[in-house]
Design a protein around this ligand. Structure first.
Ligand code: AMP
Length: 361
């Protein structure tokens, strides 16, 4: 079967991945009247527990994919490392996958991503690719130390990255990252980290949320403030970048674009995430239509919803045992609590987030 768009309420939507992003997507989809089928490796997962159906299996497991294809004609995902083979299999079996292969290919490899961005007028830091220790040394020499070496694929939350303080340390950093292909990035002397959450519908219509200002600790997002303090020129610049990225990828769905703001006011793109994004969680309590509903609207072929802010939000991630303070947060009138239902509060694990909401200033 192929997806009959716009997808009518009562239809099923498949989600690859059972984490918190899948959970919040599933809740938004359910509110619009859809049945959600989650495909996830773990039998017990945040999204699996709120979906109407759970298929337990690997993302490349053909039996699991066939079961998914048997109950839905439209599949989306909550993480960017969806294997290309799984998307190809689903597409070949008549299932519409959104966002599409092009977006996944661009986001799965940091070098491909930066080449795509630069080719579409979205500037990035200077970078060089390396596949051997010798190339890593040359890359750092070319980019200049200090530089940030990252694995080309599969890094997240600051994992798979090493600072190289001197060119002489490049080979050791390459080995420490596992000897896999890497990107060497120029150290970015940004004044702020911002992000823009944007959406593109099946008809090519786009919508962007106000900028968020983001604060990380050891590569993990701790806090977002939104709408970020920004003048018209900065907002326009971010919207231009978002429009170029969305059109360049022929995108359908919500995308997160992480930005570095430079002292001279320029914005550089750090990375793109072809999915709903942690820095967009503020939209749940700060906008009429949040990023999760927006993503479901986009992939289902519905009109996009309004993105203007209706409140000022401070979003705080609850990592590890910080979630134990839920009683305190629940007693704060300005605080909206979003918990992911994860069983074990390991250090650094994202267990939930809070949105502290104030009237727009
Ligand atoms: P990433 O996994 O690429 O999003 O990087 C995680 C965090 O590392 C970013 O949010 C920044 O705080 C920092 N970072 C990433 N790339 C650079 C860079 N080229 N220069 C300076 N800081 C960076």
């Amino acid at each position: 079967m192929s997806a009959d768009l716009p997808l009518a309420p009562g239809s099923s939507i498949g989600i690859l991945g059972g984490g918190q992003l899948g959970r919040m997507l599933a809740l938004a989809a359910a509110r619009l009247g859809f049945d959600v089928v989650v495909l996830e490796r773990e039998a017990d997962s945040p999204a699996g527990r709120v979906a109407s159906r759970l298929i337990v299996g690997g993302y490349t497991d053909e039996a699991a994919l066939a079961e998914l294809a048997g109950c839905t004609s439209l599949v989306t995902f909550e993480f960017e490392n969806v294997p290309a083979a799984s998307v190809a299999w689903l597409t070949a079996h008549g299932v519409e996958v959104a966002p599409g292969e092009q977006a996944l290919a661009a986001a799965q490899d940091r070098v491909t991503e930066k080449i795509f961005l630069n080719a579409h007028g979205a500037p990035t830091v200077a970078f060089a690719a390396a596949a051997t220790a010798e190339e890593a040394v040359q890359a750092v020499a070319r980019i200049g130390a200090p530089a940030l070496m990252k694995t080309r694929r599969e890094g997240y939350d600051g994992k798979g990255q090493r600072w190289v303080e001197h060119a002489a340390d490049a080979a050791a950093a390459f080995a420490a990252l596992g000897g896999v292909p890497v990107i060497v990035e120029a150290a970015c002397d940004f004044v702020r980290e911002l992000s823009i959450i944007a959406a593109r519908g099946r008809d090519g219509a786009t919508a962007v949320y106000p900028l968020a200002e983001n604060h990380h600790d050891h590569g993990i997002l701790r806090r977002s403030l939104a709408p970020a303090r920004a003048d018209q020129a900065l907002n326009d610049q971010a919207e231009r970048i978002a429009a170029r990225v969305l059109a360049g990828l022929d995108y359908v769905g919500v995308i997160g674009i992480e930005l570095f703001e430079m002292a001279d006011g320029r914005l550089l793109v750090n990375e793109i995430a072809p999915r709903v994004h942690n820095t967009g969680h503020w939209t749940q309590d700060g906008c009429q239509v949040d990023q999760f509903e927006q993503h479901i609207r986009a992939v289902a072929g519905w009109p996009l919803g309004p993105t203007a802010a209706i409140a000022q939000v401070e979003m705080l991630n609850l990592l590890g045992d910080e979630v134990d303070a839920w009683r305190k947060f629940a007693a704060e009138p300005e605080t909206r609590l979003h918990l992911y239902g994860k069983r074990g509060a390991k250090p650094g694990r994202k267990m939930g987030h809070i949105n502290r909401v104030k009237p727009l200033g």
